[in-house]
Design a protein around this ligand. Structure first.
Ligand SMILES: NC(=O)c1ccc[n+]([C@@H]2O[C@H](COP(=O)([O-])OP(=O)(O)OC[C@H]3O[C@@H](n4cnc5c(N)ncnc54)[C@H](OP(=O)(O)O)[C@@H]3O)[C@@H](O)[C@H]2O)c1
Length: 330
């Protein structure tokens, strides 16, 4: 197995490859999938030195965890950091989050069963529940850790205040929020809190759901089940503007001799050694391309140039459809 540069998951004592693999797309969120091809992709990632796989019980309603379980059956499990999440209801019955302690426990049991594993390495609360004090949710996670069912605690879409409160109950290893050239204001605020506390920052959708690669899908051609169809960044009124941002990235990438996806990921990686992006792809060639970002070294001047080519707030369209915005960054 190849060795990639390593980064620490906060102060948990766990190190992972500087780029993880986001597995959400392997459960049909971005169109058709084939499980055998997905398992081969996961194996290719591990063989290339990727050691962190990012999942959630939400992705494909458990399909994603089952897929990872299959891919890691037997000795493949060794040395892999399995990250999964609980508590994102996705708007079912008008609810977006469940952080009740009893729900934390039952969710963990169900995830372990689907994964076919004894322990989850990194367990995230996927959405913060505004109706349950974060201290109570973290308290339940601490018990799971004491029972050996999880190794490290993490939060998603958490605001600085929630992160500080949670970290007082038990050290948080990682916070996963959306962060890319396209959407970064909340991520920047988050890092101001995670960094001094020694918490790793895991940017999700680091390619802006594919857009910064310059390969921008035409929403009209996507299947109804493809979530990009509903994302405002892909909406008709926003698409051309956002494409122009990708073109700026493309122009700098050409000069730098790399692909736009590599430049966009290198820019994210350059934000600090505590930053561990998890780009997602279904394709082995793109996996290799994305890992190539680890070899793209940017000077401070180049980072600044890229930052100002796509300045904070430049993207058009909210991060999620309007109805979901209130469930984020709580
Ligand atoms: N915590 C949360 O709420 C949350 C939310 C969203 C995502 N996530 C996590 O973050 C991971 C990554 O986010 P994401 O998948 O939404 O977005 P992303 O990594 O920004 O982009 C993925 C999209 O870009 C395409 N892509 C990837 N590499 C490419 C390349 N080199 N050239 C051209 N296109 C490329 C992929 O298509 P192909 O498959 O066709 O390559 C896919 O459609 C997810 O898998 C998930 O684990 C977490």
């Amino acid at each position: 197995m190849a060795q990639l540069p390593q980064r620490a998951l906060g102060k948990s004592g766990i190190n992972v490859s500087a780029l993880g693999l986001g597995c959400m797309g392997l459960s049909g969120v971005y169109g058709e999938v084939d499980d055998n091809a997905s398992i081969a992709l996961i194996h290719a990632a591990l063989d290339s030195g990727v050691t962190m796989l990012d999942s959630s019980d939400l992705y494909g309603n458990g399909h994603n965890e089952q897929l990872i379980g299959k891919a890691l059956a037997g000795s493949r499990r060794n040395g892999v950091i399995v990250a999964t999440k609980f508590g994102n209801l996705g708007g079912k019955g008008g609810k977006f989050a469940d952080g009740r302690p009893e729900f934390v426990v039952s969710s963990c049991e169900a995830s372990l069963k689907r994964l076919g594993m004894d322990v989850i390495d990194l367990y995230y609360q996927h959405r913060i529940d505004p109706n349950v004090p974060i201290e109570d949710t973290i308290g339940a996670m601490v018990k799971l850790k004491e029972q050996g069912k999880i190794r490290a605690l993490a939060l998603c879409e958490a605001s600085p205040e929630t992160i500080r409160r949670a970290h007082k109950v038990h050290p948080i290893a990682a916070v996963q929020n959306e962060y890319s050239l396209m959407y970064r204001q909340e991520g920047e605020e988050t890092m101001k809190t995670t960094r001094p506390l020694g918490i790793a920052f895991v940017p999700y959708s680091p390619l802006g759901r594919g857009m910064m690669s310059g390969h921008i899908a035409d929403p009209a051609t996507l299947a109804d089940s493809d979530s990009r169809k509903r994302h405002p960044r892909y909406a008709k009124d926003n698409l051309e503007h956002n494409r122009s941002l990708a073109q700026k990235v493309d122009a700098i990438a050409k000069r730098k001799g790399c692909t736009p996806a590599q430049l966009a990921l290198a820019w994210v990686l350059a934000q600090g050694d505590d930053v561990i992006p998890i780009p997602g792809t279904k394709r082995k060639d793109r996996l290799a391309e994305n890992l190539g970002a680890l070899n793209v070294k940017l000077s401070a001047a180049e980072v600044a140039e890229i930052s100002s080519a796509v300045p904070p707030g430049a993207a058009k369209g909210t991060r999620y459809p309007e109805g979901q915005m209130a469930s984020l960054y709580i």
